[in-house]
Design a protein. Structure first.
Length: 79
């Protein structure tokens, strides 16, 4: 199924052997496409990402106000 979906203008990735993540079409279109290909789909799930979640994932691990660690000293972080 993965190869068939890639033949269309869908962004397809496989995070595990039992899951496909497809971007570029609503679930109804993906479900219809799978049905036309003779593939039974047990679950279609829509995941929406907020702008805040996108920002947090892009800036994860960034420390804007971190002080350097001095050998033999104590670590100080200003927030």
């Amino acid at each position: 199924m993965e190869e068939r979906l890639r033949a269309w203008p869908f962004d397809v990735r496989r995070p595990s052997p039992y899951h496909l993540v497809v971007r570029g079409a609503p679930p109804e279109q993906i479900g219809s496409f799978c049905f036309q290909q003779g593939v039974r789909v047990h679950k279609l799930e829509t995941k929406k990402t907020s702008l805040e979640n996108v920002h947090m994932s892009l800036t994860a691990g960034a420390a804007e106000y971190a002080a350097p660690v001095v050998p033999g000293g104590t670590e100080e972080v200003r927030v």
